[in-house]
Design a protein around this ligand. Structure first.
Ligand SMILES: Nc1nc2c(ncn2[C@@H]2O[C@H](COP(=O)(O)OP(=O)(O)OP(=O)(O)O)[C@@H](O)[C@H]2O)c(=O)[nH]1
Ligand SMILES: [Mg+2]
Length: 342
């Protein structure tokens, strides 16, 4: 299901981080304190705690809260095979060159990071300069369609509190998380590639609407300019981006897979611009508030479900169901009664 990436940052799957030589386990405040000094084992442990939704979840969330809100969260989405992982790798490289501390959440258990170029790169970087300022982690997806795991916002907060300047979240191609990413990220990158008939398909998937920046990757292939043209034409048709004062999503051509990748630095420049625009327009605050609203709602609904499942409520529910079957009341009235009793 879940795994941490890479030997230097690997996190054993136990509830607590033991002290050296199996000494006393660390409590949540100590783990958070360690994570804030960028101790990768503490970061990994905290992410496991929120992912497992164990008894420490609430304590972890409370301990992280004062230390969050600084990291820029970037979502990468797009059709399968378009180059999201490769582009993430290239972005990490360039971000490190700009001396930013980077976190990567790959919402895709089959992500090729473990054997891919990024890890080799990171190991090299460490060998040369002791660079440990990249943390990579795979998150499990939710269900067959691959929606984002409910723990993803908390995992982001762990990386935020740990001092990441930027966190890249790669979604699994073609899944439900493709659109969900926009309800998590400050800035959403939508990747396309030449010759995928993207324009039309993307419009159907609503992917055009969530894009803050378009990346036409594999620009070394024939048809890249055609894809850029298609996107421009789609954007000119209106929608959210055409409103006054709205951000106009730039379209950037990249080649992510080659040594000395091209276009990646421009993507970073545009990300900086978008971050500045989010701040100056107030949209950044509005987005974050909106995202947290949804998060609270989801937690509340999950809590409600859980309560409905406990013995007491289960009995109430059964007796209400019996009343409906007996024709003494109706399901709407019964639901009101149930909610009222909560
Ligand atoms: N020619 C070319 N190939 C590329 C480029 N970027 C990525 N690729 C190749 O495209 C293939 C898919 O790349 P990935 O990065 O795994 O794509 P992805 O979007 O993460 O794929 P999923 O996670 O499976 O949706 C790989 O073989 C890459 O080497 C590029 O700019 N040009
Ligand atoms: Mg991928």
């Amino acid at each position: 299901m879940t795994r941490a990436q890479g030997p230097p940052l690997a996190t054993p799957d136990r509830a607590m981080l033991p002290g050296r030589r199996g000494g006393p386990a660390l409590d949540v405040p100590s783990l958070v304190a360690r994570a804030r000094t960028w101790d990768p084992r503490a970061v990994g442990r905290l992410i496991s705690m929120v992912e497992n939704a164990g008894p420490e979840l609430r304590e972890v969330a409370a301990a992280l809260a004062p230390h969050t809100g600084r990291a820029q969260v970037i979502g990468l989405t797009g059709p399968p095979g378009v180059g999201k992982s490769t582009t993430t790798t290239a972005l990490v490289r360039s971000l490190r060159a700009r001396d930013r501390r980077v976190g990567v959440l790959a919402v895709d258990p089959s992500s090729p990071f473990s054997g891919g170029a990024l890890l080799g790169d990171r190991v090299r970087m460490q060998a040369h300069s002791g660079d440990r300022d990249v943390y990579i982690r795979s998150m499990a997806t939710r269900g067959r369609l691959g929606g984002l795991a409910p723990a993803t916002p908390q995992a982001l907060r762990v990386l935020d509190a740990a001092g990441c300047d930027i966190v890249l979240v790669e979604t699994v191609g073609g899944g439900q998380s493709e659109l969900e990413i926009a309800s998590l990220a400050d800035t959403t990158l939508v990747l396309m590639a030449p010759g995928m008939g993207d324009g039309i398909q993307a419009a159907k998937a609503g992917i055009l609407e969530v894009a803050d920046i378009f990346v036409v990757n594999k620009a070394d292939r024939e048809g890249a300019d055609q894809t850029v043209g298609d996107l421009r034409a789609m954007l000119s048709l209106g929608g959210r981006h055409a409103e006054p004062g709205a951000w106009r999503p730039p379209i950037i051509k990249t080649v992510a897979s080659q040594e000395g990748d091209s276009g990646i630095d421009e993507v970073l420049d545009r990300l900086d611009e978008h971050r500045a625009w989010l701040a100056s327009s107030g949209e950044g605050h509005r987005r974050r508030t909106d995202h947290v609203r949804r998060e609270i709602e989801a937690i509340a609904i999950a809590g409600l479900r859980e309560r409905l499942g406990n013995v007491h409520w289960s009995a109430t529910l059964s007796s209400l169901a019996a009343s409906v079957v007996a024709g003494e009341t109706n399901p709407y009235r019964a639901a009101d009664d149930l909610l009222g009793a909560l």
